[in-house]
Design a protein around this ligand. Structure first.
Ligand code: PLP
Length: 456
């Protein structure tokens, strides 16, 4: 493909993408396929001779599209959102064209410098304390990671290093392996599985802190565990708090947990993978109160801030704590371009409007559930996630979800809350409107009606 053909195909591709997104609602949101469907649809080996672009694009519709779960369909309500916007897609195109591998300043100064400034811009939108902002003289600052899982791992490794150094500064005879074997990290029993995996990779013990009736960690519970562990000769060194848990969007009490961690010399990392985007709205910013006690903080603009995957932003209070643990890969894409495009073309107001609209849609769905006494709400609706279920057994709700999934009209996933099987309804696509919420609810109640009829 030469430049002339690229110009032509590029324009065709933009049309294909725009058509796909404009008409996405016409496609079933969830594929109707069995695992292994794809292998039989394409040759067993790569072609020897070049093929035509037309043939390739035909195969996108024949082979790929039937196997896509359409995350950007307004009928998609599963997991958490995957952010997407036209400005971010355009920036990604430019990123591909520049194609630098930004592992050092010299490897592309703009790549390194724009990232630092974008993290400051975003940090200021979130009203992060000054100590997290790099500016020109700050000790803190931010970095883009690929995922929240990586950010958690980086924070845990940095905390581990710091803890070993601290213990050895007092007890110089203690070996590193001895200290490591005594380190203990904590997180909520509602935390994402990536937190436990970070401890596994970091080869340290991790204990799960039980949560209260709102699925949040309270200071007393962590304090009790820390005291028990210290009495047993262990060294508590790290706590990963969650703001907006995956199952129910619960918020750990960081205003109380933070001082405890500071007092005990424990690194506090905050995982706000989904909820973090909402903190750009003044009315949701109080949910981040207590951030001043944290050593590191992370959330995923690629979930809810209209910046396509991957863009997970992490800030630390002291850059010197994390040098050597900034990231796993050496090479990095020019991801801050997507932030720059989105921030400039939406403006803070546009981004706030997006968050507010989606929270309002979740509230609308919550009201529909509350108005139907066959159903119940299972956790407080704070942002864009509604946890609900039919009053009755887990089996009943599993059957309802099976019917919903099979219909392929809307897509949801479940969670477990206190042993109960619960349906999660997350407002995801940028184009979801009230009519999609109303339609989804009609669909759910129709399927529930049929299910209850079949049981009688
Ligand atoms: N933390 C929380 C609270 C999440 O909800 C999720 C994913 O939904 C993750 C971490 C993992 O995110 P990532 O895929 O960016 O690692």
């Amino acid at each position: 493909m030469d430049a002339a053909e690229f110009r032509r195909r590029g324009k065709e591709m933009v049309d294909y993408v725009a058509d796909y997104l404009e008409k996405i609602e016409e496609r079933p949101v969830y594929p109707d396929l069995e695992p292994g469907y794809l292998r039989d649809l394409i040759p067993t080996e790569a072609p020897c001779e070049p093929e035509s672009f037309e043939d390739l694009m035909q195969d996108v519709e024949r082979v790929i599209m039937p196997g896509i779960t359409h995350w950007h369909s307004p009928n998609f309500f599963a997991y958490f959102p995957a952010a997407s916007s036209y400005p971010a897609m355009l920036a990604d195109m430019l990123c591909g064209a520049i194609g630098c591998i930004g592992f050092s300043w010299a490897a592309s100064p703009a790549c390194t410098e724009l990232e630092t400034v974008m993290l400051d811009w975003l940090g200021k939108m979130l009203q992060l304390p000054e100590c997290f902002i790099a500016g020109t003289h700050g000790h803190g600052g931010g970095v883009i990671q690929s995922t929240a899982s990586e950010a958690t791992l980086m924070s845990l490794l940095a905390a581990r290093c710091k803890a070993v150094r601290r213990v050895q500064a007092v007890e110089s005879e203690r070996s590193e392996s001895d200290v490591l074997s005594k380190l203990v990290a904590y997180t909520s029993d509602q935390a994402h599985s990536s937190v436990e995996r970070a401890a596994l990779i970091g080869a340290v013990m991790m204990r799960k802190v039980p949560t209260d009736e709102h699925f949040a960690v309270r200071e007393e519970m962590l304090k009790k565990m820390v005291e028990e562990d210290k009495a047993a000769g262990l060294i508590p060194f790290y706590f990963c708090a969650t703001l907006g848990t995956t199952p129910s969007c619960a918020f750990d009490h960081i205003t109380k947990l933070g001082p405890l961690c500071n007092k005990e010399n424990m690194w506090m990392h905050i995982d706000a993978a989904y909820a973090g985007s909402a903190f750009i709205c003044p009315e949701f910013r109080p949910l981040l109160n207590g951030i001043e006690y944290a050593d590191s903080f992370n959330f995923n603009p690629h979930k809810w801030l209209l910046i396509n995957f991957d863009c997970s932003t992490m800030w630390v209070k002291k850059r010197t704590d994390i040098i050597g643990h900034w990231q796993i890969p050496l090479g990095r894409r020019f991801r801050s371009l997507k932030m720059w495009f989105v921030f400039r073309l939406y403006g803070l107001k546009g981004l706030q409007a997006h968050i507010r609209k989606q929270v309002a849609l979740a509230k609308e769905f919550e009201s529909l559930v509350q108005a139907d006494n066959r159903f119940e709400i299972c956790a407080e609706v704070i942002l864009g996630l509604v946890c609900f279920r039919l009053k009755g057994s887990n089996e009943l709700n599993q059957n309802l979800l099976k019917r919903i999934t099979k219909s392929r009209e809307i897509h949801l996933v479940p969670c477990q809350l206190s042993g109960r099987f619960v349906l999660r309804f997350a407002i995801c696509a940028r184009t979801t409107e009230s009519r999609h919420i109303q339609r989804a609810w009609r669909h759910i109640t129709q399927l529930a009606f049929e299910l209850l009829q079949d049981l009688h």
